[in-house]
Design a binder for this molecule. Structure first.
Ligand SMILES: Cc1cc2nc3c(=O)[nH]c(=O)nc-3n(C[C@H](O)[C@H](O)[C@H](O)COP(=O)(O)O)c2cc1C
Length: 343
């Protein structure tokens, strides 16, 4: 990659140039266009896949290969069946398998034999130890300020160094609350070797999020998200962070209702899932895609506290470039100045 360098050991491990990961925002918010833009800019694009026939995964991998020759990863949520998907990824020589919400230990040996690296996103020191102990190559420590589903209770500022201390020398990547170079440098200072950005990459032309959803992210401050289990239709009792819309405010005192998965919840619109139109019922956990219709603001507008730092829509490659350039300025100029002797 031409351009400024920001290299940590995890870059060599994964074959990337800069330690910036695009979060796998499911089911389809991180599009192949977004993930490949980040991979092409020298980072690592991760794409979430689940709940669809394996043939669709094959097509998705092919699409990624059309868009990039750089490493990328497929993310699977272990709340849902993943064995067949893992087999297919390995058969297709996907460079990186990324897991969330469960124990990926059983996949590690198979993945390594096939030449793939394994990443697991965790929300606690215990889960990090479990996965690192099983040979997972890279652990993502996800703080509670993160957008989307959140695995733990601890902020990134505390969790990242705790995980680093617990599993060193396994590389740790920080996730949650990071949207600019200040967060990136802070994460490196905490001992992380890189960062995952979700909410920041949601506000890109490449993200497959509904325009209204992107607009709401831009308008929101760090105060405007909430951790809830409300959108539990399809994935009950699983905490997630979402924008605090009028709909969320209305139901927050009765958030358990969403996990009851009542088949007669009213239809609020449609979105595309797995190439088909999906009828969205109230409390369903699918964030609205670019072509969603209906009551968009009653759907889960998943986003993290870092929404407060996200004020404009920018191409993903530009975000990666700015992150690296500004991080270098902070490290080389600003921080160095603090340790220079006083005259
Ligand atoms: C809309 C959205 C969808 C997400 N979906 C997934 C997913 O499918 N799999 C996963 O591992 N993480 C998912 N996450 C969580 C991200 O991996 C990451 O932890 C989070 O975005 C980091 O916090 P940030 O949004 O402040 O950058 C999602 C996050 C968002 C915002």
């Amino acid at each position: 990659m031409a351009g400024p360098v920001l290299h940590t050991p995890v870059c060599a491990l994964l074959g990337i140039d800069v330690p910036i990961f695009a979060a796998p925002m499911g089911p389809a918010i991180t599009s192949p266009e977004l993930a490949s833009a980040v991979s092409n800019a020298g980072g690592l694009g991760l794409i979430s896949f689940g709940g669809c026939p394996p043939d669709m995964l094959r097509a998705l991998i092919q699409r990624m290969r059309e868009l990039t020759t750089r490493p990328f990863g497929i993310n699977m949520i272990l709340e849902f069946p993943a064995d067949a998907l893992v087999d297919l990824c390995l058969e297709e020589k996907v460079p990186v398998l990324s897991f969330f919400w469960g124990d990926p230990s059983r996949f590690v040996e198979r993945a390594h034999r096939a030449g793939a690296k394994v990443i697991d996103q965790v929300g606690s020191v215990d889960a990090a130890k479990r996965s690192a102990g099983a040979g997972v190559d890279v652990i993502i420590a996800q703080g509670v300020e993160a957008g989307g589903h959140i695995a733990g209770n601890v902020s990134t500022m505390v969790l990242a160094p705790r995980v680093v201390d617990a599993i060193s020398p396994t590389p740790v990547i920080a996730s949650g609350g990071i949207a600019d170079a200040r967060g990136l440098v802070a994460a490196l200072a905490l001992g992380a070797q890189g960062v995952v950005l979700g909410t920041r990459f949601l506000a890109t032309p490449e993200a497959n999020a509904h325009p209204m959803y992107k607009k709401k992210v831009l308008e929101s401050t760090e105060e405007d998200t909430v951790r809830t289990t409300m959108f539990g239709y399809g994935w009950p009792n699983a905490a997630h962070r979402t924008l605090r819309t009028a709909f969320v405010d209305e139901w927050l005192s009765n958030e358990a209702r969403g996990s009851e998965q009542r088949p007669d919840e009213p239809v609020i619109g449609e979105t595309t899932f797995g190439g088909k139109r999906l009828t969205m019922r109230r409390f369903m956990g699918f964030p609205p895609g670019a072509d969603a219709t209906g009551a968009i603001e009653s759907m889960p507008l998943l986003a993290g506290q870092s929404a407060g730092l996200v004020n404009e829509i920018k191409p993903a490659a530009e975000i990666v470039r700015e992150l690296v350039e500004s991080a270098r300025r902070i490290i080389d100029d600003q921080l160095r100045g603090y340790t220079e002797p006083r005259p």
